[in-house]
Design a protein around this ligand. Structure first.
Ligand code: SF4
Ligand code: SF4
Length: 748
């Protein structure tokens, strides 16, 4: 930016803490176009004065030295195609967190202003994603979640194509005779209305249903996905803007629960097998076809067990209660007993539980089933946890309430399929290629595993986290997967019951339609919603090292035959992880680049050794660490005045050259503060924090080369509600550096 105006706010205690005239003088060039302060910059008059200056002076960059960039976003919004805006947090990072009218406080403010100005000077106008955006939503999976996603997207005015692999819609729920009560007083079953709902949805004019249809391939990017499907009438091509995957879940394989006898004892069945019997009104022992006198239900069969499914499968308690009530209705003479760890009956299901429990003939007992054996009748051996006793229950039929496994492609299978596909293309002989083709076919037919067949360099399906659910960020962004524009709904996304799956379909459809709308405006989707920037790759200097393609968590980049990255801009979440990865430093965003941040670091004042004032660079993730710092300031919690904060999009976007440059300049230490890593993650870009840890492991070598102590670089993880910890972390780091003494590189 060439014509920059610097605007200083005197409100919110800033003028009480700082000498604003001195600050403006220190700003100097390149802010000379316009440099003013205003008593209340976010007021209508303040905004009008900035707008007038843009017109009168032809400004193309605005430095707003006022509150945190997280505050007053609506007020400080200007046409991004005309002016770039850089916010300097004088309020939170200076006036509210440091002593007023103090030399160190004033120096801190001067540094932050200079750093903001240099970053703004390096900024370029944004280059939004452009091109036609298809409004059609593709829904893959015609169970309850998929049906409701289709209804929701059509209701929002989007054409919908609903693809179902089998010949019928409705999934498992269509085979259920009666549903849990949905109306007060919530104590009796009501008929399953799903078939009527399917007919209603099929009749919606904007929804096209393709049954017995498989996805052959999906290529392209959000807004412009090209989908090849194989229908009973032949192959067909579709163009869609966004995708909802709602391929549901399958029952856990009960044969793995050896102690419960399934597969060994014919009268041990799963809750799904009992569902079929009840739907056909033929409750019987499989061994001899007789009506059982007592049915024992074993809850959590496989669920909440670290050796099997460590999570709660969410629907099994409700299913058992429904089945107990159906048995009572059809066969009042049959007794039931239910052995549970906890009956989990959220919402109104609790009332139904109380109603079933109060009727005679149903025993509910808390315990852990240790074995099921045949000894004439079946014997269920359990450790009753209410009385601490071992108990044996006789049974004629044992029903295992098995957990649910998402119909995602597991990582091992994705890798095997990917390898086989490569061998099909690159096999050395026709025999090898033919074998690879057979492997691809077999892998695609793997029971219960649905594949989107994405033609992405990173693999053909949604990456999954622990337990097989394809999350991107389950805490903040439900429905988001790690493939932009593709949203997960229903039991594929998380273990849930039918009612939750219906709501989930609506949630995912909202996300899919939001994605289409954002792309039509050229904007990014979550978490940088509204961002108009896309990364720029200066490919003339690319060495085809593949780090960017391999480390991008969102599968944004394909490669050409030489291995040069090919950007699919609409898939990009703008995290900057590729920018942090690239050893050639050739990836940048218009307002965020390796050069831009390096220039900010150069603009920091670095006191000489004799001044005994260390200088600390704090690279803070904008997603959690920076909000935590703002919250600390709001509570007037201060931190060490030698710290200079540079916000980063993600710790994964930190290029190691920034750390090496800082230490070479004589900056005494560098602290990186970001989100928690791992599968219970908070990292908004899934892998950024983890990648930062891995890369920082390599910085030790640089420190050794510079004869510096490893303690001069630290990484801290926290969540956005840990505002006390963020200021403590900065203070502790400052104390450590004081203990180490000044950087030996000062003055070089
Ligand atoms: S790493 Fe992030 S910024 Fe880079 S291409 Fe992937 S999503 Fe976009
Ligand atoms: S990381 Fe940089 S050098 Fe390596 S492939 Fe990507 S763009 Fe090219």
């Amino acid at each position: 930016m060439e014509r920059i105006g610097a605007f200083f706010c005197a409100g919110c205690g800033i003028a009480d803490a700082l000498d604003l005239a001195a600050l403006q003088a220190a700003a100097g060039e390149p802010a000379s176009a316009h440099c003013v302060d205003h008593p209340n910059l976010c007021s209508p008059e303040g905004i009008a004065s900035m707008q007038a200056a843009i017109e009168a002076q032809g400004l193309d960059g605005l430095l707003i030295a006022a509150c945190s960039h997280r505050a007053k976003q609506r007020e400080f919004r200007f046409d991004p195609a005309r002016v770039a805006v850089e916010r300097v947090s004088l309020r939170e990072q200076v006036a509210w967190s440091h002593p007023a009218k103090n030399e160190d406080t004033q120096q801190l403010a001067e540094d932050l202003v200079k750093m903001g100005l240099v970053r703004l000077a390096k900024a370029q106008p944004p280059a939004p994603v452009s091109g036609t955006v298809e409004r059609t939503v593709l829904v893959v999976g015609g169970g309850v979640a998929g049906l409701e996603a289709a209804a929701a997207a059509a209701g929002l005015g989007h054409p919908v194509v609903l693809v179902e692999a089998t010949a019928a819609l409705g999934g498992h729920a269509a085979g259920v005779r009666d549903s849990l009560p949905a109306r007060p007083p919530y104590d009796v079953l009501h008929p399953n209305r799903l078939l009527e709902r399917i007919a209603e949805i099929e009749a919606i004019p904007g929804i096209r249903v393709l049954k017995s249809t498989k996805i052959k391939t999906i290529r392209g990017e959000p807004g412009r996905f090209e989908v090849e499907v194989e229908t009973p009438a032949g192959a067909e091509s579709l163009r869609v803007g966004a995708i909802v995957q709602a391929t549901g879940a399958r029952p856990y394989d009960a044969r793995r629960l050896d102690h419960l006898g399934y597969g060994r004892l014919p009268d041990v069945v799963t809750s799904h097998e009992l569902e079929h019997m009840l739907a056909e009104k033929r409750l019987q022992r499989p061994s001899d076809g007789a009506l059982p006198r007592r049915v024992v239900f074993v809850q959590c069969a496989g669920s909440r067990d670290p050796k099997h499914l460590p999570y709660c499968s969410a629907e099994c308690c409700g299913v058992t209660l429904r089945q107990v009530a159906l048995i009572e209705r059809d066969h009042p003479e049959v007794e039931t007993a239910t052995v549970y760890r906890d009956m989990r009956t959220p919402g109104q299901v609790e009332r139904f539980y109380a109603a079933v429990q109060s009727r005679p003939g149903h025993l509910f007992t808390r315990g852990e089933v240790e074995a099921v054996e045949k000894n004439g009748r079946l014997s269920v051996h359990l450790r009753d946890s209410l009385f601490g006793q071992s108990v044996v229950l006789d049974a004629d039929l044992v029903v295992l309430a098995v957990g649910m496994v998402p119909n995602s492609a597991d990582g091992e299978k994705i890798r095997a399929l990917h390898d086989a596909q490569r061998r099909v293309e690159k096999g050395e002989s026709e025999t090898q290629r033919e074998e690879a083709r057979k492997s691809v076919e077999q892998l695609r037919q793997h029971e219960g595993t649905e594949i989107l067949n994405l033609e992405y360099r990173q693999g053909p399906d949604l990456p999954v986290l622990r337990y097989g659910f394809p999350d991107s960020h389950f805490i903040c962004f439900p429905y988001e997967t790690r493939r932009t524009g593709i949203y997960a709904a229903g039991a594929l996304r998380d273990a849930m019951d039918v009612e939750q799956a219906a709501e989930d379909g609506w949630g995912a459809a909202m996300k899919a339609t939001q994605c289409i709308s954002a792309l039509a405006r050229g904007e990014a989707v979550h978490p940088r919603a509204g961002d108009l920037e896309t990364p720029d790759f200066f490919l003339q200097r690319c060495t085809q090292c593949k780090r960017c393609t391999e480390e991008c968590p969102f599968g944004t980049l394909n490669e050409d035959e030489k291995g040069t990255p090919q950007l699919n801009a609409a898939r990009c979440r703008r995290c900057g992880i590729c920018m942090g990865a690239c050893p050639e430093r050739i990836i940048s965003f218009p307002s965020y680049s390796v050069d831009g941040v390096a220039s900010m670091i150069k603009a920091m004042s670095v006191p000489e050794e004799f001044e005994e004032k260390p200088r600390i660079l704090a690279l803070l993730c904008e997603n959690d660490a920076l909000p935590a710092l703002d919250a600390a300031a709001e509570r007037r919690r201060g931190w060490n005045p030698w710290v200079r904060v540079v916000p980063v999009r993600c710790l994964g976007s930190v290029n190691l050259v920034w750390i090496a440059d800082s230490l070479s300049r004589g900056i005494d230490g560098v602290i990186l503060i970001g989100c928690k890593r791992g599968d219970d993650y908070q990292c908004h870009y899934v892998r950024g924090s983890e990648l930062a840890h891995t890369r920082l492991g390599n910085i030790q070598e640089t420190l050794g080369r510079l004869a510096l102590e490893p303690e001069r670089v630290r990484i801290v993880e926290l969540s956005h509600d840990e505002s006390d910890r963020v200021s403590e972390a900065l203070d502790e780091f400052a104390s450590t550096l004081e203990g180490l003494g000044p950087s030996p590189l000062k003055g070089f």
